[in-house]
Design a protein around this ligand. Structure first.
Ligand code: CA
Ligand code: CA
Length: 592
């Protein structure tokens, strides 16, 4: 059929058609094999996470502890316009072209060698979009000849890689109900897999799979217990629970559990791992029960959308401890046996190591200095609550309008928020961008109204220490020990990358791209990018040279929701620039 289409259309065949095979998989451009192999293939970056497991680890060694001091910026590309804020994107690189998103649902294709723009796509957004946490976007997915991304009005858009022209567009959810998309989609077995944002508006979280070449919906998996999943247009049954079982009355109908950070995929167990946000509303007294599958990690069959297992980090969440943070697969050996593990650093302040085959809890430990809401975890990883630190029930107050205020740590922006950690296959450590902060939080009465904030809570975030809020930590997932830490004045909000060159890269809101010795935490390099870094660095090799890129442009949730912390960092300037670095040519090095 493929050959026939080719011969019949002859030279007139479009590159899109050429990219299609009978099975619906891409056979040209970026293929499934390219994506599965991404971590080991240094010539490109074709997945968010630099590999579907999202270890954000590169085998490249040219830039290392000895050479990194010579790293030089080779070009900087401005996103332009007046829309300079909240650049949380991870760039992708294929065949000498970088594909990167900017704030306000924009995509840019850039020539790697020169830094020149090849094309720009601006989504036409309606006036009344409702992004909770700035107008951010975290990156594209690549497949065949397509560049695919999600928009702030909750659509998936597929663009042609050479022109930036729209090939297909799909509405994923109703932006008027508070839905949006800010995460990078992932590409697994020919399907675009996306989550949705909107947990602060009482939406119903879901994970969906679309045929990447055509945009046709394959399956949908709501992440609030009681909602039906669909496969090829037919119900595929409720998995793991029934309506109202872990929710009172009808609250599951607007239960939140937004899948706003996207997911990872592990080929060993053939499962997608998605995290889910807070149950809605924040006021936990309105919804007794565990409120599945909110504040959880769920493992989903990529072929059918069925939930294979779940692990709830914060049952009956009362602090907005979204459980969305990435679950990263890694292996280690214990008693001579290989353990197929996965780790996640939760907003609630605990670091979890799970068995990725079945979701069983292996161990958990605090990764921030101060946790008040729980005294620890039990043998199954369930928190041991300290009820003194659950914000009080408004119904217990004299006028019923405001419950008791508590000072809870971490703050709702989390011990770690969206910013992805990295795992080094050399050191065996996770490098976790974290923050030390707490909050005043209280509950208020509330009711669901479509398209309106649905919190039932008020809050003020405060720093715990005078000198620093951000802490980059090297954590041994087997011993549970912190190996080193780097303290940063402003809260850390950018992603991390580890390399076989023995380095760990990240950026800070003060504007520096920084490189640390992976074993000791010694800072080996820093470069001022002119605005705060809240994006995630990547590295790749081209023509025998190692490149590093990062997007700079302060913004995101901290300036909007950070309370006293937002005041403390209000001097930081916004921006929107991709910076690209490499070592000087060998001749230059020799002359040095
Ligand atoms: Ca690659
Ligand atoms: Ca939330």
């Amino acid at each position: 059929m493929f050959d026939l289409a080719y011969s019949r259309k002859g030279l007139a065949v479009t590159s899109l058609v050429a990219a299609m095979s009978v099975a619906g998989y891409a056979t040209a451009g970026v293929t499934d094999q390219d994506i599965v192999a991404d971590q080991d293939t240094v010539g490109d970056v074709v997945s968010n996470g630099m590999g579907l497991r999202a270890q954000r680890y590169s085998p490249l060694t040219r830039v290392n502890g000895d050479t990194v001091e010579d790293l030089k910026a080779v070009w900087a590309f401005s996103f332009g316009g007046e829309k300079q804020r909240g650049q949380e994107s991870q760039p992708m690189v294929k065949d000498g072209v970088m594909y990167v998103t900017g704030s306000y649902s924009r995509v840019f294709a850039i020539d790697i060698k020169t830094g020149e723009e090849l094309w720009q796509y601006d989504a036409r957004l309606p006036e009344n979009i409702m992004p909770c946490c700035d107008v951010i976007n975290r990156g594209v997915a690549l497949y065949g000849d397509l560049v695919i991304f999600g928009t702030l009005d909750a659509k998936l858009v597929a663009l042609h890689k050479d022109t930036g022209k729209t090939v297909w567009k799909k509405k994923v959810a109703d932006y008027k109900a508070g839905y949006s998309i800010s995460a990078a989609p992932i590409l697994v077995k020919g399907k675009v897999i996306t989550g949705v944002s909107g947990g602060e508006f009482g939406i119903v979280g879901k994970v969906e799979a679309y045929d990447a070449l055509t945009g046709k919906l394959v399956w949908t998996r709501p992440t609030v217990e009681g909602h039906m999943g669909y496969l090829n247009g037919k119900e595929n049954g409720i998995t793991g629970g029934e309506a109202g079982k872990t929710w009172p009355g009808d609250l599951w109908k607007s239960g939140g559990a937004a899948t706003w950070l996207g997911g990872t995929y592990d080929p060993d167990v053939d499962l997608l791992f998605f995290g889910t946000g807070n149950p809605a509303p924040w006021n936990s007294h309105l919804r007794p029960g565990d409120n599945l599958y909110s504040s959880s990690r769920v493992a989903i069959d990529p072929d059918t959308g069925k939930i294979s297992w779940h692990f709830q980090t914060t049952p009956h969440d009362g602090w907005d401890y979204d459980g969305v943070n990435e679950l990263v697969s890694f292996d280690y050996t214990a008693n001579g046996k290989k353990i197929q593990a996965a780790a996640t650093a939760d907003r609630n302040g605990f670091f979890y190591v799970l068995d990725r085959t079945n979701g069983d809890f292996i161990r958990g430990f605090p990764f921030v200095d101060k946790i008040t809401w729980a005294k620890g975890l039990d043998q199954n990883g369930r928190p041991l609550y300290n009820e003194d630190f659950r914000p009080g029930n408004p119904a217990d107050s004299k006028d019923g309008k405001q419950g008791k205020t508590v000072v809870a740590a971490p703050s709702f922006l989390g011990g770690k928020n969206w910013m992805p950690m990295a795992y080094s296959q050399d050191t065996g450590y996770f490098y976790v961008p974290s923050n030390e902060w707490e909050m005043d939080i209280w509950n208020e009465p509330t009711a669901y109204k479509k398209g309106a904030a649905y919190l039932g809570a008020g809050f003020t975030i405060k720093a715990i220490n005078e000198e620093y809020i951000g802490v980059l930590r090297a954590i041994d997932p087997v011993s549970g020990k912190e190996v080193w830490r780097y303290k940063n004045n402003a809260p850390l909000w950018g992603g991390v990358m580890a390399t076989a060159g023995g380095l760990v890269f990240t950026g800070n809101p003060e504007g520096y791209l920084m490189a640390f010795d992976a074993k000791t935490g010694e800072m080996k390099y820093r470069f001022q990018t002119g605005s705060g870094i809240v994006g995630t660095p990547i590295t790749w090799e081209q023509d025998g040279e190692q490149y590093i890129s990062v997007v700079s442009g302060w913004g995101g949730a901290v300036p909007l929701w950070g309370g006293e912390v937002a005041k403390r960092v209000k001097h930081l300037n916004q921006g929107g620039t991709v910076w690209t670095f490499k070592l000087p040519a060998k001749a230059e090095m020799a002359a040095k």
